[in-house]
Design a protein around this ligand. Structure first.
Ligand code: SAH
Length: 394
């Protein structure tokens, strides 16, 4: 018998609007004894069936909806989701021009808890929730047949799994283990990716479109790429004809991959500097030395993991953006980002505006940026939107 999760009166609105999360506070009672990751039936207080979801008793989000109708979770179900996700990306021409892209973007592709990235001949999966944990092998089987890849590798080595009562885990799900390095092509740019030990699934695919934007502005420019990771923006800048690019990151392995990617693209070693340093400190040093650049990129890690950290995050953004403006030549361009979902676009823009004032410059926005189109946001699930950026001219 499938357990039933009965919502409190008037708490069915979100689910009816196809928002996929049921918070514990919305639940009136549970009929049956569902276990971690079991599929449950969700019903309104009046007894109307609203759909099926995965039971996550340890999380505040106790049910994540698989479907807003009654259905079987079987191969056909996952097949349809994968097919739809692939068709969407094919329609945008993404797989044609990129050997790495996000294939499954969790809730926004109808598969809560799952992210799957294509990286060359491999698929890299994160299963972040109890429901995803339950079905990850079935999804891996479907992916293997649908994508004709060499293997599906899991990189669920993330702390958020603890919130679901799950331990972090990595390893082969199906097929062969990926090699230490995979070389990918992104819009004509070559990158070396470490899917085994790199951040997340190895590469920040969400910045693809913004790297292409930078490329278009880079001719003859000097570029300071802060929080560079493996030099994504620096490679794009050099591809666009930049004179020189400097990567700053705290991860030495990431910087080594940046140097290798430069070689893959045929750039001279002198065109790219890779500096292992704390951005906050090095930018101050550069300011004191009076150094100036044509383009500064600021793509820091998530500063706010929860609401309590928002104020501190705001100070962090203000600090680096102020330094960024100072290090720009007149008319120079600041590419500035926030990947904290909790930091909304308006607040971020306000922080950048404050930073410009404090840096003693006017500044204007010449473009707003978003996460790449293979990271779509479902209208019913605005939480899926997290990456925003501004190109500001000094
Ligand atoms: N722009 C990159 C992604 C950046 S991810 C791309 O397009 O691929 C954020 C990076 O910031 C990580 O590589 C992390 O190592 C680095 N980082 C975090 N805190 C840092 C600090 N204080 N100083 C330097 N690098 C830092």
């Amino acid at each position: 018998m499938v357990a039933q999760v009965i919502l409190k009166p008037k708490r069915d609105k979100n689910i009816r609007a196809h928002h996929p999360w049921v918070f514990s506070g919305a639940i009136h009672k549970v009929n049956g004894k569902p276990q971690l990751g079991d599929t449950v039936l969700v019903e309104s207080a009046e007894g109307q069936v609203l759909g099926m979801g995965a039971w996550s008793p340890e999380s505040q989000i106790q049910v994540r909806m698989w479907s807003f109708t009654v259905c079987e979770l079987d191969e056909a179900f996952f097949h349809a989701k994968v097919r739809a996700a692939l068709d969407y990306r094919k329609a945008l021409g993404i797989p044609e021009r990129n050997t790495a892209y996000r294939l499954i973007n969790a809730e926004s592709d109808g598969l809560p808890g799952f992210t799957v990235d294509v990286v060359g001949d491999w698929l890299i999966m994160q299963a972040l929730t109890a429901g995803a944990e339950r079905w990850k092998y079935m999804l891996a089987d479907v992916l293997l047949t649908e994508l004709h890849c060499k293997g599906v590798y899991e990189r669920s080595d993330v702390e958020v799994r603890h919130k679901e009562g799950l331990d972090p885990v990595v390893g082969v799900l199906r097929g062969e283990k990926p090699p230490a390095h995979i070389d990918i092509v992104e819009e004509g740019r070559y990158y070396r990716v470490d899917v085994l030990n790199g951040h997340k699934t190895g590469f920040y695919l969400d910045q693809r479109d913004n790297r292409s934007l930078l490329q278009a502005y880079a001719q003859d420019k000097t570029v300071l790429n802060c929080f560079s990771y493996t030099g994504g923006f620096a490679i794009a800048a050099l591809k666009g004809g930049a004179k020189q690019a400097i990567n700053i990151d705290a991860s030495q392995p990431a910087l080594e991959l940046a140097a290798q990617s430069a070689e893959l693209n045929g750039f001279n070693a002198e065109q790219m500097d890779n500096i292992n340093a704390d951005v906050f400190k090095l930018l101050r040093q550069y300011r004191d030395e009076g150094r100036q650049f044509d383009i500064v990129v600021l793509d820091p890690p998530k500063f706010a993991e929860n609401k309590n950290q928002l104020e501190k995050a705001a100070r962090g953004y203000k600090d680096i953006n102020l330094l960024g403006f100072k290090l720009l030549r007149p008319n120079g361009l600041l590419f500035t980002f926030s990947c904290s979902g909790l930091m909304d676009s308006n607040l971020f823009q306000k922080i950048v505006a404050d930073a410009a004032v404090d840096a003693g410059c006017e500044g204007r926005i010449i473009r707003k940026m978003d996460q790449a189109t293979d990271h779509p946001t479902r209208l019913a699930f605005p939480e899926g939107y997290y990456l925003k950026g501004l190109i500001c001219q000094k």
